[in-house]
Write a protein that binds this ligand. Structure first.
Ligand SMILES: [Zn+2]
Ligand SMILES: [Zn+2]
Ligand SMILES: [Zn+2]
Length: 457
């Protein structure tokens, strides 16, 4: 019979007495046990309280962190034209200095976070260190540097590996960039210049980046000019092998969007960044990302690109692919830009075979089973100066009246825009926000443009 469950029937008296004895014995045993293990129990009791309070505190902490997630606008691919009075990116504007970028470029555009991809240039790194010494920049505990205007500077290095494609290493601290320089110095011709060809393979760059606490990103991944999918491989899985697991994020590039990238099934594993790849101040922020972070630091961005702890790349804001310079295949022979069904791999007019592949045509050429899941939103944007009717003077007036370019493009009421810029400009911006602008496609190195409304000059 089961101990502790006495029988109630009088016909089972013996069983009842036996069970009663069993119960009494059990209670006595329990009392003795209580006495003997009392000190242990006290310890356990406090441990339990401690565990509960730890759980309670961590819950509050987690909820607090969750609640505190805010949206930040970030452009993580900007070049530097000059530093220390010398050229860094030869093809970039002389006005594009670290100081101008942080004081004018980012605040005018409304960007909270700027990634400089020439930070491993000795000239740029020296300049940033001098700014830290002057108190104009301050290293943030989680990585990155904060300017006096509150813009977070993220340090990056774009390199061209042996594979002939461009990749970006993002690193947390000035000390980590110095260490990356030690890796790069014996492998490049001139450490002062931007986007150097390095005598190393992509896997070595990934390993070096991760060892230094950074994250790695294929740059403008779909462009035929130095993009990983554009000029190197059909599948990153083939090129990177088991190192693919170390890559969380891809940069789409100006001529690609989420829909195009999603035609390649393996991109399901990546988050997407849309950055400007600016070579001049006006082009800073022509593409940007909205990040959900708990404050501005490298560590927070690293969580967002990995999609961890609630941090995320919430949305991409990019130029319509048709606006990009390499959207469709173009012919160097006769100048024709492809119009037919993609992929166009031979000139449709003169039959020339050595065409410059368009991004759309290249994606169609290598596509496989498309990604079916829901992706982060991609919003089509047109830089304010490409909106018909917006010249430099009106641009200044709009910024003075509304605050920043992102404010004009995203948040300002169309009524407020109309008051400053008139009905036509407000109407273009309204259509852009709903993705209803018609675009004349670019190609062959020329940007596309917004189709003007009938009757507009
Ligand atoms: Zn590049
Ligand atoms: Zn670049
Ligand atoms: Zn042709």
């Amino acid at each position: 019979m089961e101990c502790g469950k006495p029988a109630r029937s009088p016909t089972c008296r013996l069983q009842y007495i036996s069970s009663l004895r069993c119960v009494l014995q059990r209670r006595l045993h329990m009392s003795l046990r209580r006495v003997t293990i009392f000190p242990v129990r006290i310890v356990l009791y406090f441990q339990r309280i401690h565990k509960f309070s730890a759980f309670f505190a961590s819950s509050i902490f987690f909820i607090g962190r969750w609640v505190e997630l805010k949206q930040f606008y970030a452009d993580l691919h900007v070049h530097i034209g000059r530093a220390g009075g010398k050229p860094v990116k030869i093809t970039a504007s002389r006005q594009l200095t670290v100081e101008n970028l942080l004081r004018q470029g980012a605040p005018c555009k409304g960007l909270d976070i700027i990634g400089v991809v020439d930070a491993a240039s000795s000239l740029v790194l020296d300049e940033i260190e001098k700014m830290v010494a002057r108190g104009e920049l301050e290293e943030v505990p989680g990585g990155g540097l904060l300017s006096r205007d509150g813009v977070l500077l993220i340090l990056g290095a774009e390199v061209e590996t042996r594979e002939g494609a461009h990749f970006i290493s993002y690193l947390p601290y000035l000390s980590s960039v110095r260490e990356l320089q030690s890796f790069l110095a014996p492998r490049v011709t001139n450490l002062n210049l931007s986007t150097q060809k390095i005598r190393a393979g992509v896997k070595e760059v990934i390993a070096a980046t991760l060892n230094l606490g950074g994250f790695f990103c294929p740059a403008h991944a779909f462009t035929p000019h130095k993009g990983a999918y554009g000029c190197w491989v059909n599948r990153l899985e083939v090129g990177l092998g088991n190192m693919l697991d170390q890559v969380d994020v891809l940069e789409l590039g100006l001529s690609a969007d989420t829909a195009m990238a999603s035609m390649i099934g393996e991109t399901e594993r990546f988050q997407f960044l849309s950055n400007s790849d600016a070579h001049s101040l006006p082009n800073v922020g022509r593409e940007y990302n909205c990040l959900a972070l708990n404050g501005k630091s490298f560590a927070e961005i690293q969580l967002a690109v990995a999609g961890k702890e609630g941090r995320e790349i919430e949305a991409n804001y990019g130029m319509h692919p048709r606006l990009g310079k390499y959207h469709r295949t173009s012919c160097p022979g006769c100048g024709h830009i492809a119009e037919g069904e993609p992929p166009v791999t031979v000139c449709e007019v003169c039959g020339y075979q050595r065409v410059v592949m368009g991004v759309l045509d290249r994606v169609y050429q290598i596509r496989d089973s498309p990604v079916s899941g829901v992706r982060q939103a991609y919003h089509y944007r047109v830089p304010l100066l490409m909106i018909p009717g917006v010249g430099p003077k009106l641009y200044e007036r709009l910024l003075a009246g509304v605050g920043s370019e992102i404010e004009v493009l995203e948040k300002a009421s169309l009524g407020a825009i109309e008051e400053i810029a008139g009905k036509k400009v407000a109407s273009y911006i309204g259509k852009m926000r709903c993705n209803q602008l018609s675009i004349v496609p670019g190609g062959g190195g020329k940007y596309g443009k917004v189709q003007k409304h009938q009757g507009d000059d």
